[in-house]
Design a protein. Sequence first.
Length: 136
Amino acid sequence: MTTPHNWSAFRRQTADHIAREGRSILGVGGGKYGEPPFSYTIGNHFEGLPELLLIGSARTPYLNDLWQLMIARGEPFREGEIVALPMLSLPLKLVCVDDIRAWGTTPCRPESISVMTVTTSCRRCCRIARAGRRQE
């Protein structure tokens, strides 16, 4: 159970982490009623980039690698872009979330934050992504 004291400490630690690293990534395990695990970024919007949400995995290295790619490119991923990461057998697909308010509350105005979901893609997309990576 989260108490107001714990919530304050969590917010302070998250803000400190964003100040040091530029963003924070949280992984949340699945729920006792079968809810899937997920992980998400906090702080990308300070860089003018969308927050990333990965449903189905609480592992955070994927989001860290995607964040580093966005920073290196200097721009967000395109809608529907397929990204291959060396540590994964299938590439990831980035999809824009139309309305962040559907995901719950946020301390900022919802219209000021963009969110992209990260999904695993199909084997066909995997072949396309690998072919594109070889051409680079």
